[in-house]
Write a protein that binds this ligand. Structure first.
Ligand SMILES: OC[C@H]1NNC[C@@H](O)[C@@H]1O
Length: 457
């Protein structure tokens, strides 16, 4: 666990924000409570065969009812910030128009409780759970989605801006598109090479419209959260180098380029061919809005080769000496340093937060008492993963990156989408049968990292 460098070298900048992240549908449960409307995930998870074991978000971590207990736990862990998402269909059950005040009140109470405990809220407007009523109107395939999303954002800004000072429009537009519209593994479960570019582009239009709406109302900060997975060539062949360019453009440049540069990488037309539309300049003018920060979600890298695959014609090469998590992701901390310096080099000195980083390793379903009689969950592999990745962030800061904070994914074990409850990312263990929370060893360790501003690393 100890790093070779002097612990003093590991101190992070003053004011570095240490926290944890979750998402509404993954932890809240009670998806239809108090006047909420169904989301695409309520619908998708209740469609037979769409999720492992038919797992749904009907209960999850019961956070909708246990939110005060969970804030108390965050306080005990010493968290300085908490990144969460709002369920759009709790606020606007039909997606637009009528506001459900009870839904708004839930998030208002949560924010007030966080602030009362000295924890800064970071609010994500969209973490994958579009109101089903809007999916019925075409969802992200309908160009009106930009207006729908801006309207929703405006409702939230008017209700919470000032108490919430860091806003995020979208979480991981790549996953939303690749999972929900190309491969169909995520809601709404479409599989179309023609729909994916349209959904992706409309997501970015909606992002731009929500930022524009914020600039008219808001007085604080707003940004975009993207997942970045750096690509490394399997060999020095020209074919693998080309495969890396395709994979990198598709997963990493496809969202930050329009948001920050107002363009798409040329490889996307090569990848999608006739399925890649021509977009009007006005769309790029909408998408490219000044952002106060970028949130980077990092988990792993991929060693990439030329291969026959749909639609990228790339493959991932498993590393014989690699360590892999329960989700099959290689543990590669250097990839985080490389990612952060890549963002800086390509897009300039924009402030960044690591808005998600963590790992699923096996944890038992029940936290057993140790010799002291206290429930305990030993998770050395997760501690090692976090220690190495937080160290990688420090390396990026030393290399000149303006990194403002780190949100571990996740606060709680939770619903890992189509994988159900089979993957545990939490630093806090959840017994889904009893809803008992038990801080894992990684949580206890993370508390010390926070208290020492990284020196404990
Ligand atoms: O797969 C782990 C996480 N990745 N980013 C989005 C989150 O919703 C996931 O749980």
């Amino acid at each position: 666990m100890t790093d070779s460098r002097n612990a003093a070298d590991r101190t992070f900048p003053n004011g570095f924000l240490w926290g944890a992240a979750t998402a509404a549908h993954q932890i809240e449960g009670s998806p239809m409570a108090d006047g909420a409307g169904p989301s695409i995930w309520t619908r998708f998870a209740h469609t037979p065969g769409m999720t492992l074991n038919g797992d749904t978000g009907d209960v999850a971590c019961d956070h909708y009812r246990r939110w005060k207990e969970d804030v108390k736990l965050m306080k005990e862990l010493g968290l300085q910030a908490y990144r969460f998402s709002v369920s759009w269909s709790r606020i606007l059950p039909e997606g637009t128009g009528r506001v459900n005040q009870a839904g708004l009140d839930f998030y208002s109470r949560l924010v007030d409780e966080l602030l009362a405990n000295g924890i800064e809220p970071l609010l994500t407007l969209y973490h994958w759970d579009m109101p089903a009523a809007l999916d019925d109107r075409g969802g992200w395939l309908n160009r009106d989605c930009a207006d729908w999303f801006a309207e929703y954002g405006q409702v939230m800004y008017r209700a919470l801006d000032g108490r919430v000072k860091k806003w995020v429009t979208l979480n991981e537009p790549w996953v939303i598109t690749d999972g929900g519209y190309l491969h169909g593994a995520l809601a709404p479960g479409h599989r179309s090479r023609f729909e994916a570019p349209i959904a992706s582009h409309n997501l970015m239009r909606a992002h731009g419209a929500a930022v524009q709406a914020y600039r008219a109302e808001g007085k604080h900060e707003i940004g975009l959260v993207v997942n970045i997975e750096p690509k490394y060539a399997a060999t020095d062949s020209a074919e693998d180098a080309a495969a890396v360019k395709r994979a990198h453009a598709y997963m990493n440049e496809q969202y930050l380029d329009p948001a920050l540069l107002g363009t798409y990488p040329p490889e996307l037309r090569e990848i999608f061919g006739e399925a890649w539309p021509e977009w009007p300049q006005a769309d790029f003018d909408l998408i490219k809005q000044k952002l106060d920060f970028i949130g980077v979600n990092y988990y792993t890298r991929s060693v990439t080769k030329d291969a026959v695959s749909y639609p990228l014609n790339t493959g991932v090469v498993r590393q014989p000496s690699g360590t892999y998590t329960e989700t099959g992701w290689e543990v590669f901390p250097q990839g985080l340093t490389d990612t952060l310096t890549w963002v800086k080099d390509r897009y300039g000195d924009i402030p960044m937060y690591i808005t998600e980083n963590g790992a699923a390793f096996f944890d038992p379903p029940v936290a057993e008492p140790d010799s002291t009689g206290q429930r305990r969950v030993r998770d050395p592999l997760r501690m090692d993963y976090l220690q190495k990745h937080i160290g990688a962030i420090h390396d990026a800061i030393q290399a000149g990156c303006d990194i403002r904070g780190y949100m571990v994914w996740s606060l709680l074990d939770n619903l890992e989408w189509s994988l159900g409850y089979s993957k545990r990312f939490g630093v806090v263990h959840v017994n889904y049968a009893t809803q008992d929370r038990t801080p894992k060893d990684s949580a206890r360790w993370y508390s010390k990292v926070i208290a020492s501003n990284g020196k404990f690393l």
